[in-house]
Design a protein. Structure first.
Length: 283
């Protein structure tokens, strides 16, 4: 496998670990940054687990082992320690503009030639870019689980340069994925559409129209969805869905108002797969 330029991932949670996985598998050295040593250890274990799963399914690149890929992974607790020659930096930190600006600002200083990509699923790329070298900033919205999902939604704001868009599209192709390009707008394309169906499915449960299982089966068999909207909500996280719905309500109006059932479940800690219970029992 040909070596590719150095990359960096900031934030090693579920999404960050998955992004690191696919960059390693594409032949790129990856510098992964987390907030502290405990999270560094957890993030490395998440990458190891992801690569182990791929190995068991025969999905690692031909002629490579998990250890071959891990040899390209470096870990740190400071954005200032990112390699200066990094060609791509992807942040996967919590969904707050100020946090994303801070980490990408540090990356912009440490990696003067890198594309600065945000993995946000709903925040304005233009707002994130406001305090940054805007021509280098682009949305790079991966989907969970990153190694399996084939789509990456690229989000361009008015200041994104054509060179940045082209380079990022080439990275997506190198990962074996397909890019769509959308303009910076609340919810982009995929989050807005996915949330619309998900919220309506929750309202249907709330109103007693049908069970979560039957709603999901209807969408899977009737519309060829690989996963129903309520199971998908559990996988994404009910708290994440609620935050996006509240954001889009502020930006686009009351049609995205979260159902009370969604608020109640989040209040009870029923966040989906990660908490063991949402619309389904994951225990």
């Amino acid at each position: 496998m040909d070596a590719r330029p150095t990359t960096a991932v900031i934030g090693g949670g579920t999404m960050g670990a998955g992004i690191a996985h696919v960059l390693l598998a594409a032949g790129s050295p990856v510098a992964l940054v987390e907030a502290d040593s405990a999270r560094v250890d957890a993030s490395r274990q998440a990458v190891v687990a992801s690569l182990d799963g791929a190995a068991q399914r025969g999905k690692l690149p031909e002629g490579t082992s998990r250890d071959d890929l891990l040899a390209r992974l470096t870990m740190s607790t400071s954005v200032d320690e990112l390699p200066a020659d990094a060609a791509l930096v992807v942040e996967a930190v919590p969904e707050r503009v100020d946090i994303k600006q801070t980490v990408l600002g540090g990356a912009a200083r440490a990696c003067p030639d890198a594309v600065l990509a945000s993995n946000t699923s709903s925040l304005s790329i233009g707002a994130i870019a406001a305090e940054l070298p805007g021509d280098r900033v682009i949305g790079m919205h991966f989907f969970n689980p990153v190694p399996a999902q084939k789509l990456v939604e690229l989000v361009v704001h008015p200041g994104t340069s054509e060179a940045t868009t082209t380079a990022t599209r080439e990275w997506v192709e190198a990962l074996g994925k397909t890019a769509i390009v959308v303009n910076d707008a609340p919810g982009f394309a995929t989050s807005r559409l996915g949330l619309t169906v998900g919220l309506e499915a929750i309202r249907m449960v709330e109103e007693g129209v049908a069970s979560p299982e039957d709603i999901d089966t209807g969408m899977q068999l009737g519309y060829r969805w690989p996963m129903g909207p309520l199971r998908l909500t559990d996988v994404v996280g009910l708290d994440v869905r609620l935050a996006i719905a509240e954001h889009l309500t502020r930006e686009l109006g009351p049609r995205f108002t979260p159902p009370q059932l969604l608020r109640d479940k989040v209040e009870r800690g029923e966040l989906g797969q990660k908490s063991g219970r949402g619309f389904y029992d994951w225990s």
